[in-house]
Design a protein around this ligand. Sequence first.
Ligand code: NDP
Length: 434
Amino acid sequence: SKKDPGQTHFKDTVTEVLKTVAPVLDQHPNYEQHKLLERMVEPERVVMFRVPWQDDKGEIQVNRGFRVQMSSAIGPYKGGLRFHPSVNLDILKFLAFEQVFKNALTGLPIGGAKGGSDFDPHGKSDNEVMHFCQSFMTELYRHIGPDVDVPAGDIGVGGREIGYLFGQYKRIRDSYDAGVLTGKRVDYWGSLARTEATGYGLLYFVKNMLDAKGIDLKGKTLVVSGAGNVAQYAIEKAQSFGAKVVTCSDSNGYVYDPDGIDLDAVKEIKQVRRGRIKEYVETHPKAEYHEGCKGVWTVKCDVALPCATQGEIDLDSAKALVANGVQAVGEGANMPSTLDAIAYFQEHKVLFAPAKAANAGGVAVSALEMAQNSERLQWTFEEVDAKLQGIMKNIYESAKKNAEKYADPDDLVSGANITAFSKVAEVMLAQGLV
Ligand code: NDP
């Protein structure tokens, strides 16, 4: 930790993983001998670069770009790009570290990475976003490729940004490598069901977890945070399972709709108008808007699905959820619950689906997009969705099996970490000192 002063997010995520894999380390003294832990916490490569661009007023702006290539043990580096003012090396190292294990859980041939910039897309014109993306890719292109490193979207990077990034990559490389980015639009070789995959996958995972306890999602009240890609499709699938979702949010505040969230209205606000979630109440008079996003966790529910960002459920929020009788929490965002919040849920026997397992559906379908790009074919929505369901079931079952073997039988945090860690560790051993 002396090497990384102040990297608290990274340290927290490493701590969380290392604490839970202790039983595996005890059984494999050779892991310590080969310094596997020390190797795993050191990224294989970190690239940081200047991103200069010109805004609509003709003023020069300078942002910082990053790509953290954490591990190529199991396949090409793979992980999203995040454009948000909070982006820094600490956040991206934590996300890249998580990504390595999440990707290992999918059972598909992908390593782990994360990247992005402190660029804030809010309030920027299409033209400004394009100029920024072109400048960002003018440096990033030399570090990525279909067999090297395959970025995708994340917070602030959706279909529009992926399009501008891909256009610039193609122009610089003078080569149509569709497999260099995932999350592309379907008309230029994106995968059907990729947009839906993280939110749908989260619900498939949570359903597996609840079914095992004989709990039916049908008729349950759900609280969802966020209103972006993950939140929208989590709401869609939850509703198709017969659950009632009563909230969604953005970084300004949350909406509570006692009739259940009208997803078409949310999609119209976020996807078409690129507006703020408070606009929802203009057309839904029974709904309430509350400033501040933390309050969402005080809404009574059976299942909570944090789908916005890291650290959004702290200990106080966890206490409020438990006091209101929450039965299960499924993490759609990356590390949305703080470590003390997770401990509180576990102490109070709340079923807990950890991010790296529960939200792995997005990257899993990204890997399927890579497979489709390699064979230059496109699969149907149903085909991809069926594979996604199978992958989420496998992830749940393998995490559950290792929870039963090494920890508390319901401790899916330990179960998922052990499954993923063991896989990465064995591959690293097999590949020698790299
Ligand atoms: P989007 O940019 O589409 O949406 C993010 C949502 O979260 C927005 O509603 C945004 O509100 C809100 N949000 C962002 N930052 C904050 C903050 N600091 N405080 C409160 N709310 C915030 O991103 P995604 O839906 O793609 O990603 C959401 C989470 O899911 C992230 O943690 C991401 O890493 C994770 N994830 C995403 C995957 C994917 O496939 N997209 C895959 C796996 C994980 P606002 O508009 O106000 O910024």
